[in-house]
Design a protein around this ligand. Structure first.
Ligand code: CO
Length: 148
C-alpha cells in the first residue's frame, strides 16, 4: 500500500444542520458544501473544506475535508455509533489511492478485512472500507483519487 493524500475525516453527527453552525461559527469554516443524501450508503453527507496550500479555483485541491455524516432512516451502523456517542464523533479516515482495485488486492493480500466490494462514494469515485480491527482501531476508507 502506497499511502496517498488524506482526503477527509468522517465525523458522525446527529444533526448536520447543527454541525454546520459549529464548523462555521466555532471553527471559522468558510467553505461548507450543500448537504446531500447518499441513499446507497444510508447517509446524508456534508463536506466542510479546510484551507490548504494547493488551493485551486475549482476547489479540487483544497486542504483536507471534514465529512459530516448523519444517518438516514434505516441506517443501523451509524445509528449504533450515535447511540454510543450521542454528541457524534470521529467515525473514519479516508485516504486516496490511484487504483482502487489494486489497493483492495493489496489489503486483502495482507489479511485485512475489506468490507464489501468497491462502490461509488460521496465524491463520485469508487471507495471501500477496511475493518477497524485490522487497522489499529481506525475504520479506514480508501477512495480512488478524483479526476481533476
Ligand atoms: Co468518508
Amino acid at each position: 500500500m502506497k499511502l496517498g493524500r488524506l482526503n477527509h475525516i468522517g465525523v458522525a453527527t446527529p444533526s448536520i444542520a447543527d454541525s454546520i453552525v459549529f464548523y462555521r461559527d466555532v471553527m471559522g469554516a468558510t467553505k461548507i458544501h450543500a448537504p446531500f443524501d447518499l441513499p446507497d450508503q444510508g447517509v446524508k453527507v456534508c463536506f466542510v473544506d479546510t484551507p490548504g496550500p494547493n488551493h485551486s479555483s475549482d476547489g479540487a485541491l483544497n486542504g483536507t475535508q471534514i465529512e459530516l455524516i448523519e444517518p438516514l432512516p434505516g441506517n443501523a451502523s451509524i445509528a449504533a455509533f450515535l447511540e454510543k456517542n450521542p454528541a457524534g464523533g470521529q467515525h473514519h479516515v479516508c485516504y486516496e489511492v490511484p487504483d482502487i482495485h489494486a489497493a483492495k488486492a493489496e489489503f486483502e493480500g495482507m489479511g485485512k478485512r475489506v468490507l464489501g466490494e468497491p462502490r461509488i462514494g460521496a465524491h463520485g469515485t469508487l471507495i471501500f472500507f477496511v475493518h477497524p480491527k485490522d487497522m489499529g482501531g481506525v475504520l479506514t476508507e480508501i477512495m480512488e483519487v478524483p479526476a481533476h
